[in-house]
Design a protein around this ligand. Sequence first.
Ligand SMILES: *[C@@H]1O[C@H](CO)[C@@H](O)[C@H](O)[C@H]1NC(C)=O
Length: 512
Amino acid sequence: MRWSSIFQAAVLAGAANAAPAEVPAGTKTISKRQSTSRYVFAHFMMGIITDRTSSADYDADMQKAKALGIDAFALNVAPDTSVNYTQQLVYAYDSAASNDMKVFISFDFNSGYWSTSDPAAVGARIAAFGSHSAQLKVDDKAFVSSFVGDGLDVTAMKDAAGIDVFFAPNFNPGSTADDFTLIDGLFSWYAWPTDGSNNPPSASSTYLPTNADTDYTNKIGDVSKYVARKPEAPICPPVSPWFFTHFQDTDSFAGKNWLYPADDLWFTRWNEILALGSRFVEIVTWNDYGESHYIGPLSSKHYDDGNSKWTNDMPHGGWADIAAPFIAAYKAGATAVTADHVTATGGEKVVYWFRPQPKGLDCASTDNVGSAPDGSDLVADSVFVVTLLTSEATLTVTSGSNAAQTFTAAPGANIFEVPMATGTQSFKVTRDDGATVVFSGDAPKQVSSTCVCGIYNFNAFVGMLPAGAVDSLDTDGLSRFTEGLKVSTCSPTPTLTANAKRGVAEARVTAV
Ligand SMILES: *[C@@H]1O[C@H](CO)[C@@H](O)[C@H](O)[C@H]1NC(C)=O
């Protein structure tokens, strides 16, 4: 999503409210599941899942997110149109309830969706769902968030809701349209390096996620009712692995053709979150395939808004696996992932990612949009590898015809980067001077020396060892694959199954 307001100089809002009573962390239900007052959310796009026909269609997402340590999905939703989003909210809340998960509504105030001049409609939607057993409650209040929404009359919204609301919107700290004393938390969407207003960063203007963390913390800290809670300021910083979008002019998101440079962001940003120690963190996102920042499965049921051209054969499940030990560390108040966090979240793994083709390829004549994404020069032609280990080991990475590179990987979570060459990508983890092979295997996808399916694909392929089950788009997710394709060599079919059988020789040898 693009946010509409441009960052401005912060102007301190009015006088502070009286300090709220300090409430023990979490509700009765929540306190059973977590030992601290920290919460992890994942942004969940309701706009792309309207092919779901029952609460059971949400079960796999709920179960997988819960297993990772995610406390709640932030259900990003628009008002009902020809599409019955109310029905989808009912399914999502019911599925969450039957899977011991929590959810909350994230009101999307993009133009044409919820209106900041209609706080009663927002409050009515909170009233309809806020007392459901699956509603996330923080400090005994129904948690509610937003995408943008500056200028909403918060008092009128809360009055219309008729229940206690913990409102953590995505207001801009620089906005003069908001009374920040009326909100309970503040959600940042500055998940990627940008220029501060919707473009990739440039030499003259760079606004980093950490810049936003500071601005958001200062804004909420300026309100005296929160000062007592520092350093666990009630800001909700985002953590996101990637951003690439490439819609052609026949799509509803026509004109979206850019990337924000991410490369190793998923690793570095999680460490920043651990250092920040905010009360909340939101993964951006679970299932936004169109912007390539999904960590949920490709198999999570959704329709194709045009994204399948850059998401087919591009699973991101390894990124979810990296999140698990970071979530464990975050909830423990740790500032780094340790061997214990790795052990507690599924054990040792290697996760790697790379783009499917070098950035310098000229695909203009066969690309569905016709031009490379804005920002394409800002990413590195590199393979990134994160080791999640319980004791020191040796990592060997071989990218195409490049010479193998060997690293010593310490216990906990560490990242390594090697130059990317076309061809097969191989990974190996050994101990005992190579005598014990912990993991070894080739990526099920190669780096291509030609434009894959003819297009500029700047999405990431994420793989792991031990190799997980193959994760593929279904027919709904591939329904628009061939629209706009100018080559006949690609069909709307996942191919990794066959590649995996041919290419992966995964082995795990237990040390004696
Ligand atoms: C949308 O779904 C809700 C929940 O099932 C239902 O009450 C409502 O009537 C539906 N709206 C329309 C227009 O069908």
